[in-house]
Design a protein around this ligand. Structure first.
Ligand code: GLU
Length: 468
């Protein structure tokens, strides 16, 4: 297996949501493929026809796209490959590695009872009967698995996991209606897709033993297995609804950036020393399946928020402006073309405290407001005659300011306060209120720069004009 180029895959079943665990599995497969210069593929396991709607499949495409983990080739759809799965079963029957089991439902039930009583797995008599004795009635096809010895899953994360063959029944490969079973389909698809490394959640570890037997029956190379520990909630319990978001789309809606998610998910079960923050390129250079830890990983919202804040501070303002504009739109703000540069200008001044894009949206509402702003009572209450007079004098000074930068404006406000013989606290809150309409805003100079000179002076004029 080691001389073939690495091919990894994820094989989600469309359920209508993309679980965060699937996202982490996708990331580890993607990282390993990139690390080794191999390929990362996608298979849609859509054999459950009820659930596998076009919308449910689209959720997976959208999730991977948002995460930046798109597959290197067009996706494979499992259901469409049923004929190929049956063909593999024909091969197994021809070589004697599988057999047709004609037990009736009653016979099967009796065998189940007997097996339970004797503490052994179900065995069909058809395993040893000649096909020539076959009756004319429905049958399933079972794998003729070894009954003694052991099957070892050499797992890159769990180590060698041993299964006693006497505890594994002869797996059904085809049902009486001729439909392929799950384990068969997975093996045939992974083989045909050239998958060398099966990296997936450890809820599939038992399947790995069964799938190993199918590979062996078909005389195919067994892939390298790596079963990832589950993701648990912050309290150490299995991740569930009460821990909050579980779907990739929810993390998107809560305002997390995909690069923060990648960094964060990479840390769930893997790490590089004490490094908390790393780029995709670093993760790709460092990632190795062997370094994945086998203990369950715990979701940690504080860490995720910390990372998201880091990536928000790093991101291009123009990109953030586009993302934040979408959030404003979803909150029924009318966003005009001209608002985008305004948002872009404001974002570097307000983003330091933002944990999510929702925070960034809250912090930029003030720039979107249209003149004349409605001033809440609290702000109006600050506008005594004395303060109005002071703000008018400040307005004159600001109007003459040619360099509309944070440093210059900070200086201008300070020297204005001195010339008035008062502290900034005497007029700062009123100025801020007039400029922001009472919405959150950065410090005074930051607010002035975010709005730009014309808009700032316009808002001041509106508030100071007689009758305002
Ligand atoms: N379809 C399976 C799931 O969604 C994954 C199977 C696999 O990775 O082998 O859990």
């Amino acid at each position: 297996m080691s001389d073939r180029p690495v091919v990894t895959r994820i094989a989600p079943s469309p359920t209508g949501m993309m679980h965060i665990g699937t996202a982490r599995t996708a990331l580890f497969n993607w990282l390993y493929a990139r690390h080794t210069g191999g390929k990362f593929l996608l298979r849609i396991e859509d054999t459950d026809r009820e659930r596998s709607t076009a919308e449910a499949v689209q959720v997976i495409f959208d999730g991977l796209k948002w995460l930046g983990l798109e597959a290197d080739e067009t996706p494979v759809f499992q259901f469409a490959r049923a004929d190929r799965h049956r063909e593999a079963v024909e091969e197994l029957l021809a070589s004697g590695a599988a057999y047709k089991d004609y037990m009736t439902p009653e016979e099967l039930e009796a065998e189940r009872e007997a097996a339970r009583a004797a503490g052994r797995v179900v065995r069909s008599p058809w395993r040893d009967l000649s096909p020539n004795d076959a009756p004319d009635r429905p049958f399933v096809v079972r794998l003729k698995a070894p009954q003694d010895g052991e099957t070892i899953v050499h797992d890159q994360v769990k180590g060698d996991v041993r299964f006693q063959n006497q505890n594994l029944d002869d797996l059904i490969l085809l049902r009486t209606d001729g439909t392929p079973t799950y384990n068969l389909a997975v093996v045939v698809d992974d083989h045909d897709m050239g998958v060398t490394h099966v990296i997936r959640g450890d809820d599939h570890l038992n399947n790995a033993a069964r799938q190993t037997l199918i590979y062996q029956g078909l005389g195919w190379d067994v892939p390298v297995w790596a079963h990832l520990p589950l993701i648990h909630g912050p309290d150490g319990a299995k991740l569930s609804k009460r821990h909050g978001a579980q779907a990739v789309s929810e993390f998107d809606a809560m305002g997390y950036l995909p690069e923060a998610m990648r960094n964060y998910l990479a840390k769930l079960g893997w790490g590089h020393g004490d490094d908390e923050i790393f780029s995709d390129d670093e993760a790709i250079a460092w990632f190795d399946i062997k370094d994945v830890v086998s203990a369950p990983a715990r979701l940690d919202w504080d860490k995720l928020n910390h990372l998201n804040n880091h990536y928000i501070r790093q991101a291009e303002p123009a990109r953030l402006a586009g993302l934040v504009a979408e959030i404003h739109k979803s909150r029924d703000w009318k966003i005009r073309e001209a608002d985008l540069p305004v948002l872009e200008q404001a974002i570097p001044l307000v983003r330091d405290g933002a944990k999510t894009l929702l925070d960034l949206a809250d912090a930029t509402v003030f720039v979107l407001k249209q003149r004349p702003l409605e001033l809440p009572e609290k702000v109006q209450g600050l506008l005594s005659d004395e303060t109005r007079g002071r703000l008018s004098r400040l307005r004159e000074k600001l109007g003459a300011e040619a360099d509309w930068s944070v440093a210059t404006l900070e200086q201008a406000i300070r020297s204005f306060a001195e010339s008035e013989g008062v502290g900034i606290g005497k007029f700062g809150p009123a100025l801020r209120g007039v400029l922001s309409g009472g919405s959150p805003a950065p410090d005074l100079a930051g607010t002035l720069v975010s709005l730009g000179k014309d808009e700032s002076l316009g808002r001041l004029d509106d508030a100071l004009s007689p009758g305002a």
